[in-house]
Structure formats: C-alpha cells, structure tokens
Ligand binder design. Structure first.
Ligand code: DAH
Length: 369
C-alpha cells in the first residue's frame, strides 16, 4: 500500500481545512474509531511478522504526521480566530462617557461623610440610634427626669397614644430631639472604653430661617480612664481645623449648663468680618473679629455614666453635640436653612457635590463642588 500517497493527500486536506469544525471532522475521519488511519493500524494484526516489521513503522509514521498536522492547523486557525476577535472587540477609550451624571450629593450628606472621615482618623467609630425614641433614652437617662425644666426647651413631638396610656415612662414614644440618646444606647450595648460619633436626624417643633422641624446633629462621645477637659478641647480643635481646612481656628470655652454634662462648656469659634461676611479663623478678641457660638459639650455627668451601665469612679468621658446643617452653612456659605429641605434642583445643582467627590483627608476633606 502506498502510505506516502495517503499521507500527502491527508496533509493536503488538513491544510485546506477552513475552520475548527472542519479540523474536527478530519480528525474523526483519520484518527477516530472508524477512521481510515485507525483502520490501517488494525490491519497490522493480520500481517505476518515480516510484513508487520516493514509496514508497522510506516503506518505509525503516517499517524504521527497526520496528528502533528492536525494540531498545527488547529493552532493556526485558533490564533487567526483570536486575531479577528481582537480586531473586532476593540474598545475606543476616546469616546465620551455614555451619559453625563445627573443629581448631586446633598451638602448634609457630604458633611456627614466628611465628619466620619475626620473622626475615623482620630479612632472614632460611627454609631446610630432610632429616630423614634423613647422618653427614657431621650431624657431620663440623660439626667432629665420627668420634672426637669430642660425638657421644656426641647419642643418635643410626642406620639399621642402611648403618651396617654402611661404615666410618661418608659414606654412613651417621641421623635428624638437630639442625638444624645445614642450615648446611652452605645454605652449599654458596648460598654467602655468608647469613641464614637453619632450623626443623624433630630426633630423639634420649631420653624423659621434658622430652625426647621427636622434637622441634623452629630454627637461625639469618648469614655475612657482619666479623661479630662483638655482631651475635649484638643479633639474639637483638631476636628474643626480639619473640617474647615485652616490652621488658624481658635476656640473659646465658656461655662454653660447641660443636664448630661458636668462641667458643661459652650464652645465658640473666632471669626473675622470680611466684606460683611463672617469668615472663621483667628481670635475673636482681635480688632474686626468676633466669637460665634458653635456647639455644646462637657464632661459626661456621673449620673449619665451610671445610666449607661458603667461605674463613674472607673470611667470618665467627654461629649459634644453640633448641628450638622449649621456646619454645612458655615463651610459652604448658605444662609437659609429652609433651602436645605426644599428639594429645589437649582439649589442642589449649585450647592450639591459630585458623587465621585468622596471626602478624604489626603485629598482635602471637602473640596467645594
Ligand atoms: N444635646 C444637646 C442639644 O441638642 C447638644 C449637646 C450639648 C450634646 C452638650 C452634648 C453635650 O453631648 O455634651 O442641644
């Protein structure tokens, strides 16, 4: 038998195979169970030993040549197919983005993200509590018992049904008037030591250019051993310098009163009058300068630490509470709080932030929109 002719013909057919399917068909035709070359191999069994010795190597060589040719043609076809795909699936990075992003991040959200970023760097975690709060967490545990006059200043929204049902404790529900109840919840849940900020919505029945029935606060709480007012002052100073992105922020601590802190301090920040506008920075005592009240704070009252389930002889702490909307107004220059909650697209387009403008300390916490 003329194996050379068979081989030449097989190799020619393999060479002419147009695609991977054709290669597979040829492989089956030559080397499959019923394949022609497999058939030749089977004839070896019926041959005489001499015949087998002369024919065997030729048949094996033929099979080897066909196997190699099939593999080579297959590889060639595959790389050609890849070339075609690479050419067809090219991405043109010079095209504009499909759609310009719409909508902006509200300044309140942006400021809350800035606060979380700054305080995370100081080792504070973010804690939360419910906006529908009970009387005990909102008042009693913060050292404001039922008859306490400070309650009257909170213009509280109570839920009517439960208020009538009980004598006022502890099931009476309300919309939290401040973020301070998160202090109690976090102490009870996590124990000490603690370093948290608690940003969120709060509610009071009050409405004018600087008051809305819903607004935002951020609470700060540190509980540890040997904590004193110096820690409070350093923390607030460090935070305000980072937030307003200026080194010349000057604070003034004034004695004050809050039921949940003892002693209590009100913190003022120095500003300069520039073209009739208040610009934070510098001592409020310098000529052309003044002091602006910014936040309430103090050393956590022993009773509050006890209500939080901790021993006040072992644990001390400081706390502070700031209006988030107010911080946003001071930093980004809005003058009417009500506009924050109107949902006016033009206001949001002007004062809002790009969703891609994520506050980071390294990038400057709050690059203006
Ligand atoms: N809860 C107070 C308020 O809403 C603010 C405040 C003052 C919070 C002093 C504090 C603090 O943690 O120590 O008016």
């Amino acid at each position: 038998m003329d194996y050379a002719a068979t081989g030449t013909e097989a190799l020619a057919r393999i060479d002419a195979a147009a695609d991977l399917d054709a290669i597979e068909q040829l492989r089956i035709a030559f080397l499959g169970k019923q394949g022609s070359i497999s058939g030749l191999l089977k004839t070896l069994g019926q041959m005489s030993p001499e015949e087998r010795q002369s024919e065997g190597p030729k048949i094996h060589a033929l099979r080897e040549a066909v196997t190699v040719a099939l593999a080579a043609r297959k590889a060639g076809l595959e790389s050609a197919a890849l070339e075609v795909r690479l050419a067809a699936e090219r991405i043109d990075l010079t095209l504009p983005a499909p759609e310009t992003p719409r909508g902006t991040v509200h300044p309140v959200s942006q400021v809350m993200d800035e606060l979380a970023e700054i305080f995370a760097d100081l080792g504070f975690a973010v804690a939360t509590g419910p906006e529908i709060e009970d009387d005990w967490h909102n008042f009693t545990a913060l050292n404001m018992p039922e008859s306490h006059p400070a309650r009257a200043m909170h213009d509280t929204f109570y839920f009517p049904d439960e208020a009538a049902a009980s004598d006022g404790r502890p099931g009476r529900m309300l919309l939290r008037t401040h973020t301070s109840p998160v202090q109690i919840r976090t102490m009870l849940a996590n124990g000490a030591p603690l370093r948290i900020i608690a940003p969120g919505r709060v509610y009071r029945s009050d409405s004018d250019a600087t008051h809305t029935p819903m607004f935002h606060q951020v609470e700060g709480l540190v509980i540890d051993k040997g904590i004193h007012l110096g820690h409070l002052k350093w923390t607030l100073e460090t935070f305000l310098k980072a937030f307003f992105e200026r080194e010349d922020i000057v604070l003034r601590l004034r004695p004050s009163y809050f039921p949940f802190t003892e002693p209590s301090v009100e913190v003022d920040v120095g500003f300069a009058l520039v073209n009739g506008r208040r610009v934070l920075g510098g001592s409020g005592d310098a000529p052309g300068h003044g002091w602006m009240e910014l936040l309430g704070s103090g050393m956590v009252n022993r009773k509050v630490i006890e209500f939080g389930g901790l021993d006040p002889d072992e644990w001390q702490g400081f706390a502070f509470g700031i209006g988030v909307d107010r911080l946003a107004m001071l930093k980004y220059g809005m003058d009417d709080l009500r506009a924050f909650f109107d949902g006016d697209q033009r206001w949001l387009a002007h004062y809002g932030f790009s969703a891609l403008d994520v506050p980071t300390l390294s990038g400057g916490v709050g690059t203006p929109a």
